[in-house]
Structure formats: structure tokens, C-alpha cells
Design a protein around this ligand. Structure first.
Ligand SMILES: NC(=O)c1ccc[n+]([C@@H]2O[C@H](COP(=O)([O-])OP(=O)(O)OC[C@H]3O[C@@H](n4cnc5c(N)ncnc54)[C@H](OP(=O)(O)O)[C@@H]3O)[C@@H](O)[C@H]2O)c1
Length: 251
């Protein structure tokens, strides 16, 4: 029996991951799942879909840090331990607005970085005395190189990658395993306005690959894996070459 907490459970990818754990539970690999998300109705819908594998739910806006901390502590009290925690929420924001409007810029940073760091502080304190446990956070390939199309969002996700790297090091060998899932583009509500091309994965594919990655002893995963090679090239392109490649350096 494993206890699973999902933060940002109403995300399309996280919702599918919750379903996969629910299906595994029905198939004889028992889990207890606790869901926390923002939209009450969506959390309720997920609860109805998943049934009794869900042992608790809460809804809260993650920018309300004290309220979120209370929700996490309440979940821990009920579960007794967290074997596995997934942090999945995020917002892409409006890049152009974020370049002119401080509030928009800070809001993107707040949701994608600050709120996640706050959650990690609470989670690592609670999980410190467990013999083992896993925390996985969904970041983005956008965090590997600043691009005109989404660099405010990318900056938040990139900073989060660094935070997770440090946390993973400090907890190395302690039993607490920290996973970074760098997601490529996914056809989900987040990208509803984006023109789709071959580089987009489905929600189902992304969710299945994250569940698989959570079982490995490798802690940084590109989802799907081929983004590792793509981003290796994109990351190391010299600035002058990068600026000549319109598909990377244009809006
Ligand atoms: N889709 C992509 O192309 C893509 C690519 C790379 C990385 N990612 C990352 O993958 C993760 C999952 O995204 P997705 O594709 O599943 O998109 P999604 O369906 O739009 O999910 C985003 C989730 O974030 C939640 N959220 C946003 N602001 C919040 C806040 N202040 N408090 C609480 N929850 C908040 C939303 O809650 P509500 O339901 O209440 O709105 C929603 O559940 C995110 O971290 C995203 O950054 C996505």
C-alpha cells in the first residue's frame, strides 16, 4: 500500500496520473491517494471518477501559502506518511504582458516557482523522518534556455530545476528521493491556444511516462525522453547561431 499526494491534481496531466494510480490500485497494486487542487468542482469530478482509492481532497489557491501549508499538513495527518508526492501545477501566463506589467511577471514566477518552493519546504520537513519517500515536480523544457516565446515562464521553471537539484543533493542517501520531470509540449488546456505540431505529446503519453519515471533510480527525466537530446543541442547552441534560427529565437 502506498500513500500518494497530488498537488495541482486538476491539471490534465496530473488528473491522468491519478487515474493511472487508481487503475493500478484496482489491478492489485493498492494505493491511497490524496488530491489537492484549486478548482473545487474539478477536484470533486476527479474524486467521482476515481472512487474509493481517493482518501481525501482539498481545494486551495497555491498562491495562498499559509492556507496551502495547512492543507498539506492536514493531508499528512490523515495519511500518516507520503510515499510519493507529485507537484504538477503551473501557468504559462502571457509572455508579452509579462514584459511590460510587473504584476503579470511576478504572478508567473509566484505560481511556477515561489508556491512550489513553499510546498517543498513543508513537504521536506514532514517527510524528513520517514525511512523513504519520493517527491516529483513537473517542470518544463522551457527552463533549459530562455526563448522570446516564453522566457518569464521558462525562468521560473529553470530556477525550479536548480532548486530541485540542490534539494536532491542535500537529501541524497537520506531516503527522500527528489525527481525533476522536464516536460516537453503537451496538448492540454495549458496549450489550448497554441498551434499544434509534431512536437506535442498527448496527456496520456506524458502521464504514463511520468508514472514510469517515478519508478526509476534516475532523477532528472525529459518527458518524452527524446527531449534530452533536443534540449542538449538547444542549450549549447552559441548565442550567435541561436539568433539565426528563427524557429527558436522568434516569438
Ligand atoms: N502543457 C504543456 O505543454 C506543458 C509543457 C511543459 C510543462 N508543463 C507543465 O506541466 C504541468 C501540468 O500542466 P498541464 O499541461 O496539465 O496543464 P493544465 O491542465 O492547464 O494544468 C495546470 C494546472 O495548474 C493549476 N494552477 C494554476 N495556478 C494555480 C494556483 N494558483 N493554485 C493552484 N493551482 C493552480 C491549474 O488549476 P485550475 O484547474 O484551478 O486552473 C491546473 O490544474 C504544469 O506544471 C506545466 O507548467 C506543461
Amino acid at each position: 500500500m502506498s500513500t500518494i499526494l497530488i498537488l495541482g491534481a486538476t491539471s490534465a496531466v496530473a488528473g491522468r496520473i491519478a487515474e493511472l494510480y487508481g487503475e493500478a490500485s484496482t489491478a492489485g497494486q493498492p494505493h491511497r491517494i490524496y488530491l489537492i487542487g484549486r478548482r473545487k468542482e474539478a477536484v470533486k469530478g476527479l474524486l467521482e471518477r476515481l472512487g474509493e482509492v481517493v482518501v481525501g481532497t482539498d481545494s486551495v489557491d497555491f498562491v495562498d501559502l499559509p492556507a496551502t501549508e495547512l492543507c498539506i499538513r492536514k493531508a499528512y495527518e490523515q495519511m500518516g506518511s507520503f510515499d510519493c508526492v507529485l507537484i504538477a501545477h503551473g501557468v504559462i501566463g502571457d509572455q508579452l504582458v509579462s514584459e511590460k506589467n510587473i504584476e503579470e511577471a511576478l504572478s508567473v514566477i509566484e505560481v511556477n516557482l515561489t508556491s512550489v518552493v513553499a510546498q517543498l519546504v513543508t513537504l521536506t520537513e514532514l517527510m524528513a523522518n520517514q525511512p523513504s519517500g519520493k517527491i516529483g515536480v513537473i517542470t518544463s523544457v522551457a527552463g533549459d534556455r530562455g526563448r522570446p516565446r516564453n522566457y518569464t515562464y521558462g525562468a521560473a521553471k529553470g530556477a525550479l530545476n536548480i532548486y530541485l537539484q540542490g534539494l536532491r543533493s542535500v537529501r541524497w542517501g537520506s531516503g527522500l528521493e527528489v525527481y525533476t520531470f522536464k516536460l516537453g509540449p503537451v496538448d492540454s488546456p495549458m496549450t489550448v491556444d497554441h498551434e499544434k505540431n509534431f512536437s506535442f505529446s498527448t496527456v496520456d503519453t506524458a502521464a504514463k511516462k511520468i508514472v514510469q519515471a517515478f519508478e526509476s533510480r534516475r532523477y532528472v527525466h525529459y518527458i518524452p525522453g527524446y527531449w534530452w537530446i533536443v534540449m542538449w543541442v538547444v542549450r549549447w547552441l552559441p548565442e550567435r547561431v541561436f539568433q539565426k534560427l528563427g524557429f527558436l529565437s522568434d516569438r
